[in-house]
Structure formats: structure tokens, C-alpha cells
Design a protein around this ligand. Structure first.
Ligand code: GTP
Length: 311
């Protein structure tokens, strides 16, 4: 672990550095409070600091107080190591934000034990942060395909609608539904069906631009949210995508399967709500299925059909 030592006395600093290195830690040495404060603001700042109280430029209490005003996902563990030995001093340091307090001259065994306590607490914090990240990922991603799940893609759409209302541009959504997917499941089994869903998710992601979003709405239905400059021909994006999917067999354990999908497209106008957009895209998708599948139908508010159905 990277540990900062802020200590102006050379003898103490050398002793501490050697002790920490023997314990297997990487040491960042500073000899005044200002340098310590700077080191603690760096991107790769140490996770633990052993701070002297009385130092040139800035004292240890000031460093602690400043550190505690910084917003940080992974808070610094601070041990105050000082000659000031009254209970009032200790209370003041802890109240200022130090996690631990040790009086000089220190016992090496005790300092080692206290550093180990800090390491355990930091590891616990890291584990908690990791599990929070894992939970956030699970709450927003579909476990089968790894795409954003229904909640996440709809939240993205909501944000894009707000952005479009502020800054204009064209916002298109494409509701994609695999054609006759039940037959895949019934003929080749559910596992092959799952592989098809993963393969299609991959193809959709691969054939879209990095700034287009795609998520799994549920079952064999996916939603694409594409924001583009005003005047862009949004429909051509979906026509290309539909053709690309139809031309690219999906590899599964039982061999490569030709899969097609139908897409209902809706171009958002300024006043559309999210529910209206989804309803329009759903209507367009229904028409694409009714017209024979493997095609794109686009709709705007009212009766507008965006372009002629695919041949
Ligand atoms: N393997 C697999 N199948 C799923 C999953 N979710 C939904 N399905 C299947 O998707 C199929 C959807 O069937 P339908 O709604 O009849 O639609 P379809 O056969 O694609 O027909 P059209 O949409 O009319 O072209 C059903 O067999 C569901 O069981 C999944 O996570 N994995």
C-alpha cells in the first residue's frame, strides 16, 4: 500500500520509512505540511498518511482538516504521530479528522499494529466500494446479454429527451424485436435461444455508433436510442442495421443461425413524452411485423409514416 509520511525530523522520517518498507509498503516521503497536502491531492494519492503535528508550512491538523473537506470515494486513513501528549491534543486531532493518534517516542510494535489496523479498514472500504459498484452494475445491466437493462435504457432515453428539448437535434428510437424467435427456442432449445439473444446484442452494439445506446427491454426486444444532429436521415441508420443483422448469421452451439429482426422507429418531436414515444415505436413495430417482418417502419406523432416500408 502507498503510505505518506509527513515528518520534518530526518531521524524520525528515516526510521518510519525503513519500518514501512520492511512491512512491504511503498512510501511517499514529505518533510512539511504543504508538500503533504499536495501529495494527498494527486490522482494516485496514498491511501494512508502518517502525519506529524508540528511541521513547517502547514501543521498536521491543518492537513487533516483540508483532507476531510475533499470529496473522496476512498477516504484517506490518517495516523497522527506527534510529541504532543495531552488528552486534549488527542481529542482535538481526532475531532479534526485523524483516524488514530500515537505519541512520540513510539513503540515500533505498537505503530506496526496500528498501521495494520489502518490497512484492514482500507481493505474493508475497498471491498464495500467494489460491492457497491457490482450492485450498481447488476441493477442497470441485463445479466444475459450484458446490455443496459430496461430501467437503464429508459432512464437514458429520458435524459436524451431532456437534452434534446434544451439543445435540439434529432432523437430517434428503434424498438427491435427478433422475428419468430419462439421457433428458435422450440427447435433448438432455450440455451441456443439465449446464445442468439447474446449474439444479436453483440451485433447491435457492434453496428451502432459509440454514442448510440442500446438496451434489452425484455424477452427478445431491444431498444435503440440514437441522438444525431438535426436534419440527419435517422431512418437510414435503422435500415442499415436491419440489413446487417439479416446478413450476419449468429453462431451458436448448434451452428450458425440466420436471424432477422423487425424495427419500429419513432423520431421524437419536442413535445413527445417518453410513454408516447414508446407507444409510437411499438405501433410501428407491430406494423413491421404485420407487413412481413425483417423490416423497418417509422412513425412520428399523428399518423405520419416516416418512409415507405422496406421492399
Ligand atoms: N431463450 C430465451 N428465450 C426467451 C427469452 N425471453 C423470451 N424468450 C422467448 O421469446 C419467444 C417470443 O415469442 P413470441 O412472442 O411468440 O414472438 P416470436 O416468436 O419472436 O414472433 P414474432 O415476434 O411475431 O416474430 C418466446 O418463446 C419466449 O420464451 C430469454 O431470455 N431466453
Amino acid at each position: 500500500m502507498r503510505i505518506l509520511i509527513a515528518e520534518d525530523d530526518l531521524t524520525s522520517r528515516t526510521l518510519l520509512t525503513s519500518l514501512l518498507r520492511k512491512m512491504g509498503h511503498e512510501v511517499v516521503e514529505t518533510c512539511d505540511g504543504q508538500a503533504a497536502w499536495q501529495a494527498l491531492q494527486a490522482d494516485d494519492a496514498p491511501r494512508m498518511a502518517i502525519l506529524d503535528w508540528m511541521m513547517p508550512e502547514m501543521d498536521g491538523i491543518e492537513v487533516v482538516s483540508r483532507v476531510r473537506t475533499m470529496a473522496s470515494e476512498a477516504p484517506l486513513y490518517i495516523i497522527m504521530l506527534t510529541c504532543r501528549d495531552t488528552k486534549m491534543d488527542m481529542i482535538h486531532a481526532l475531532n479534526s479528522g485523524a483516524d488514530d493518534y500515537l505519541v512520540k517516542p513510539f513503540d515500533i510494535g505498537e505503530l506496526r499494529a496500528r498501521i495494520n489496523v489502518g490497512v484492514r479498514i482500507i481493505q474493508l472500504q475497498d471491498a464495500l466500494l467494489q460491492s457497491r459498484e457490482d450492485m450498481a452494475y447488476q441493477a442497470s445491466h441485463d445479466p444475459l446479454t450484458g446490455l443496459p437493462n430496461r430501467r437503464a435504457i429508459l432512464a437514458h432515453l429520458e435524459r436524451e429527451l431532456e437534452r434534446q428539448a434544451r439543445s435540439g437535434g434529432t432523437l430517434a428510437i428503434g424498438m427491435c424485436d427478433l422475428d419468430c424467435f419462439k421457433i428458435v427456442n422450440d427447435t433448438h432449445g432455450h440455451q441456443a435461444g439465449d446464445e442468439v439473444l447474446c449474439g444479436i446484442a453483440h451485433l447491435l452494439r457492434e453496428n451502432l455508433r459509440a454514442y448510440d445506446a442500446v438496451g434489452r427491454l425484455g424477452g427478445e426486444e431491444f431498444l435503440i436510442v440514437a441522438a444525431m444532429p438535426a436534419g440527419t436521415d435517422a431512418m437510414s441508420l435503422f435500415h442499415k442495421l436491419c440489413a446487417q443483422i439479416a446478413q450476419t448469421p449468429v453462431v451458436t452451439r448448434i451452428g450458425a443461425l440466420a436471424i432477422t429482426l423487425s424495427i419500429g422507429v419513432c423520431i421524437a418531436t419536442k413535445d413527445n413524452t417518453l410513454d408516447e414515444l414508446l407507444a409510437l415505436a411499438d405501433e410501428a413495430l407491430y406494423q413491421a411485423k404485420a407487413q412481413g417482418r425483417n423490416r423497418v417502419v417509422g412513425k412520428t406523432s399523428g399518423t405520419g409514416v416516416l418512409d415507405a416500408p422496406d421492399p
